[in-house]
Structures are given as structure tokens and as C-alpha cells.
Design a protein around this ligand. Structure first.
Ligand code: FES
Ligand SMILES: [Fe+2]
Length: 373
């Protein structure tokens, strides 16, 4: 990939076709989304046995449910008879079994085949072997993570590794007790942009002064263009007269009691490859899960997580939610403005990264390595 020689201040980005070519996206589905740990649902959204959700992971539809022993299970949403989708709804609840709507093969919550028309006349059918195909599952931060690989990579090295790389350790995140927080608000954004534009945008703050007036008011250092993710372990300090991480700098809620003095009045951000962002402030955590659905379309589910007593008390979280909701809208609008230009002939060789964005080069190296390009 020959780029004209760049001055030391600049680094090349990925070329435009990485954001537009369906073949590149198909390769990402196989080698990234279907090979790595992928965060799918909040465990609390499956409150009891039989509650289920279906999600798209790479090219596959995955069915996630809670079994009778309360453990979370994930299966390919594909009937073992002749392949019909078992569940077509995004979420729902079954009593004790999933029944295929085509010829009524029926599977219990552990995926075992328990009934089918004339099944008793076919005693040679092994009920487990012809059960739903399992997907590896982990629970972490109160979320369900799945991996479609036959041999999943180490969760410790990949997912937890990204947290350590960003924060310097794991305990800095554990202090926020994310698993025991409650969802105060969830907003789903349908973004007409490639998932990598969203990752790159999240990693840099060169754009903060231009498009995030409310955020730079709360975090004045962001006006200089250096994001919390440029440094290891750095949290951006709140402005002097800012009382809380809210849209107008007004007071937030009680701080999460297990965070340190050092973490008070600071904002931290982590990118967990390939599709999770974690934002930590003293009184809440904002977690983004991306679902890349096409080369130019990504659905982003964003949860605002608070202490359970804040949510249970019915306190008004709108000032708190509004700040990052605006940041999301501003960011996604910027990504949508960039997407159409990715196919311009003038962007065939890509663009450039300035020094405060050079760390995005590591993400590009990682993508290239995964795709073997
Ligand atoms: S395809 Fe599901 S029962 Fe036939
Ligand atoms: Fe932004």
C-alpha cells in the first residue's frame, strides 16, 4: 500500500474500501465478530428461566436464554431438522421449551431435543446430538458475552487485556462494580456508518472542541484534543465549577461507594475490541454495545448504569443521560457524514491521523492483522 511519503506529524489511515467493500465486511464477520468474544445482552434483561433474546453476531443469529438452573445459555438460532429460525422475535419468553414453527421440533432450555412429531418412532435419534448447537458463554460486568469460535480465545487475554492496556490494571474498572449497577436508561441508535468509523471516533478527542460543546464544558482538558484514551490510566478531570457529569454540569448522584478518591471527579474510557465502549464517571457507567449489521450500518445499544437505589427511587436521571446522549448523537452524526466519502476516489488511499490520533494506528494495525491484509 504505497502512500506518498508523509511528514512525521501524519500517519496514514486505512484506505477507503475498508469502510465500503462488502468483501472486507464479510471477512470481518468471519475473522473478528465470529471469532472473538462479543458482548450481546445485559444479563438482567433475562430475568428468569425461559426469557430469551436473539441477536446478530457476524452472519449468525444467536438465541440467548436462561435455563432452569438460572445459568445463561446461548445457541445458534437454527433448527436441527431443516434449518428454520427457531425464534424470530428480538426478545420474549417461553414457558419451558422452544418449538420450531415449521415442523414443531421442540427443544428444552438447555437445548436438548425433547419432542417432535413421531419422535417416539425414531428411537435412534440422539436427543442431545440433535439438540440446538451451543455457543460459548461468559458473564462479565453484568453482560453476557458469547464466542462463536470452535476454540474461543482467552477471555483474560483479549477482553480483560484491552482493559489492562487502557487502565493499567483491572481493579480500576472493578471498583465501579458494573455487574451490580442497574440500567437507568437504554437508547438504541441506528447508525449509517461502518463500525470502524465509530471505534476510531471513540478513540480520539481531536473532534471534541468542534462537535461536543457540552462535553468540553464538563471536561475542559478535552478542548485540547487529547482523549483519555491517548494515555494509559488517565481520567479526564471535571472542570472546577462542575458538580457532576450532567448536561449542564449540575449535581449528579451519590458516587459509587467502591471507587477510589483518585477516580472521583474524573471520566475514564475504554475500548474493548471489537464492539464495546465503557465510560466511567463517579456516579454512573455508560456502556455501548455495537452490532455491525452491514458495511455501512451499525446498531449501537447504549446503557446508562446507576446504583440500584438510584433507579429504584425513581430519581430523574435525564440531566445525567442527556450529556452522553448528545455526545452520542454528535459522534454518530459525524460518522454518518464521513461514511459516504469513504467511496470517493479522493479517499481511495485513505486520510491521515494527526499526533493526537496516532494511537488509532494501533487499531488499524490490529484490523489489518485480523484480515490478513
Ligand atoms: S425446520 Fe424446524 S422442525 Fe422442521
Ligand atoms: Fe466524540
Amino acid at each position: 500500500m504505497s502512500t506518498t511519503s508523509l511528514p512525521p506529524s501524519l500517519m496514514a489511515t486505512l484506505p477507503g474500501d475498508f469502510y465500503t467493500d462488502p468483501e472486507v465486511f464479510a471477512l470481518e464477520q468471519k475473522r473478528i465478530f465470529e471469532s472473538m468474544w462479543f458482548c450481546v445482552v445485559r444479563a438482567a434483561d433475562l430475568p428468569k428461566p425461559g426469557a430469551f433474546k436473539t441477536v446478530q453476531v457476524g452472519t449468525e443469529s444467536i438465541l440467548i436464554t436462561r435455563a432452569r438452573d438460572n445459568s445463561i445459555r446461548a445457541f445458534y438460532n437454527v433448527c436441527r431438522h431443516r434449518g428454520a429460525r427457531i425464534c424470530t422475535e428480538e426478545s420474549g419468553e417461553v414457558k419451558r421449551a422452544f418449538q420450531c414453527p415449521y415442523h414443531a421440533w421442540t427443544y428444552d432450555l438447555e437445548g436438548k431435543l425433547i419432542a417432535a412429531p413421531n419422535l417416539t418412532k425414531m428411537p435412534d435419534i440422539d436427543r442431545v446430538e440433535y439438540g440446538l448447537v451451543n455457543v460459548a458463554v461468559r458473564e462479565w460486568l453484568g453482560y453476557v458475552w458469547v464466542c462463536l469460535a470452535d476454540e474461543p480465545p482467552s477471555f483474560e487475554d483479549t477482553v480483560l487485556g484491552d482493559v489492562r492496556t487502557r487502565l493499567g490494571d483491572l481493579v480500576s474498572l472493578e471498583n465501579y462494580d458494573v455487574a451490580n449497577l442497574a440500567v437507568g436508561r437504554r437508547i438504541v441508535y441506528d447508525v449509517k456508518a461502518n463500525w470502524k468509523l465509530i471505534v476510531e471516533n471513540f478513540m480520539e478527542c481531536y473532534h471534541c472542541a468542534t462537535i461536543h460543546p457540552e462535553l468540553t464544558e464538563v471536561l475542559p482538558e478535552f478542548a485540547d484534543g487529547y482523549a483519555a484514551q491517548y494515555y494509559v490510566g488517565h481520567g479526564a478531570l471535571f472542570g472546577e465549577n462542575i458538580q457532576g457529569f450532567t448536561v449542564d454540569g449540575s449535581e449528579g448522584f451519590d458516587r459509587i461507594p467502591t471507587i477510589t478518591e483518585e477516580q472521583d471527579r474524573r471520566y475514564y474510557a475504554i475500548t474493548i475490541k471489537p464492539q464495546v465502549f465503557v465510560n466511567m464517571v463517579p456516579d454512573h457507567v455508560i456502556l455501548h454495545r455495537m452490532f455491525p449489521l452491514a458495511v455501512d450500518r451499525t446498531v449501537v445499544e447504549c446503557d446508562w448504569l446507576y446504583l440500584p437505589e438510584v433507579v429504584a427511587s425513581g430519581k430523574d436521571v435525564s440531566h445525567s443521560v442527556e450529556l452522553f446522549h448528545r455526545v452520542n448523537q454528535q459522534d454518530f452524526e459525524a460518522c454518518e457524514r464521513t461514511q459516504p466519502a469513504m467511496s470517493s476516489r479522493t479517499y481511495a488511499k485513505g486520510g491521515v491521523l494527526v499526533p493526537s490520533e496516532h494511537h488509532i494506528g494501533l487499531f488499524h494495525d490490529w484490523v489489518r492483522e485480523k484480515l490478513g491484509r
